[in-house]
Ligand binder design. Sequence first.
Ligand code: HXC
Length: 527
Amino acid sequence: MTVDTACTEDTAHTETHVAKVTELLLLKEEVARGPSAEAQHARGKLTVRERLELLFDRGTFREIEGLRRHRATGFGLEDRRPFTDGVVTGWGRVHGREVFAYAHDFGIFGGSLGEAHAAKIHKLMDLAESAGAPLVSLNDGAGARIQEGVTALAGYGGIFRRNVRASGVIPQISIVLGPCAGGAAYSPALTDFVFMVRGIAQMYVTGPDVVRAVTGEEITHEGLGGADVHAAVSGVATVVCDNEHECFEEVRYLLSLLPSNNRELPPGAATADPPDRRNDVLLDLVPAQPNQSYDMRAVIGEIVDDGDFFELHERWATNIICAFARLGGEVAGIIANQPASQAGVLDIHASEKAARFVQTCDAFSIPLVTLVDVPGFLPGTGQEHDGIIRHGAKLLYAYCNATVPRVQVILRKAYGGAYIVMDSRSIGCDLSFAWPTNEIAVMGAEGAANIVFRREIAAAPDPEAARAQRIKEYRQELMHPYYAAERGLVDDVIDPADTRAILIDALATLRAKHAALPSRKHGNPPA
Ligand code: HXC
């Protein structure tokens, strides 16, 4: 009898259990279904969950707080309380490594950020920082939720504070996949990398309507803050892709190059590209004449593993190249002047672009390889009045502050202040190599002769012959790598064909480098 009763109770219990689990599954299905996929597809965009599928290794995404709903009232909000509150948060794996992500759902209140929505993001950001794993945000939202007033604004404040707290601790990547206004634009700006997808992504602090009302300008969403504008004009976008599939592939590739946090080294990878592969082709790629142009991308492709590199800001400040690549399987950050664009001169944008990249590499223990072929800083009132002094100083500051392994290779021209700034020995590179074609000098021979021997040339019976003679002397005396090598300012003059082998060897030697800066709250870099 007793036994029978127990059986009956157990069966009832199991039935309740099954019913509860069924109820839960239905609820989860409802959450996962989200708002209308058709409406999102009609906008030319993928749904939140399709996006997360593309970001993460198959089936690894785990959502948290899918059941969260807002408790706001007014403006009819009490009658509209969708699950997730317009943002999906969780973690999964990318190439087998833990990554956290949050994704705005445009179908719920335009992906706008209210109190509950913000609290979910705050929690996820705190988790990512504690776990020491990268944070990826999928931005497709209309900024502060208008109906929730100041609580929405405060929600953004909490995100900004966490973005800054996690800066240099875990990699933070923002993917912009829709109209991002106000706070939705500022948070990406505080992160390490901003990806935008052409045609669907826009970023601006104030939209076209406000622009029209305040300034009278007529401008479209795309013209104001589309992907191409931020790729080529403002420099806000680090990478621009043609579609979402390509974008998530690129983000996954970038993540494979980054450490999970600032306590780890970037992940190594096996390569079939021999470390001692000769680069004979470099002699054809780089003209010996200092004023002839060539594409530095071809040089980078020749030196690095398998010709693969990940370029940042490809269309902004094109006179300098910043890229991640692997050398002998290990990740390096490459900074290179680009003679094919404005002769590779350093200007305001190039200095800003390279300074940020040097900082990013230094924060995440990525060694720096600097390829130098620079005629100097860009002269002119425009640059001076816009502050080339303080912007150029940013690059100087970033290099001087960097404690990661630093190797410089001077290919050809290295003139004046620009030579010093491009990670010269005097500002702290660990190893400096020069090709025999190199010319390190205060300035080009023509300019130097005209200044130093101006009076003598003017007084000469044949001024042109005197000028030519002085230029020749200056070249022979000063403009070759041996002058710098004699003085220890380059560590060796190398055969260009050995560049890859020497770089791989140098970086392996410096891998365990430990350099500390003096104790301080933080430096005060030029802004
Ligand atoms: C609440 C919003 C919203 C918002 C849009 N929606 N913006 N709900 N708060 N900020 C809702 C709409 O009512 C609509 O709801 C749905 O989202 C889709 O919006 P549409 O306008 O129909 O879409 P679309 O034509 O594609 O235009 C998208 C948009 C536009 C460009 C984002 O909606 C827009 O300009 N929104 C306002 C953006 C903005 O000014 N945000 C505040 C920024 S200030 P239904 O129910 O009809 O589907 C800010 C300050 C932060 O963020 C602090 C920074 C320092």
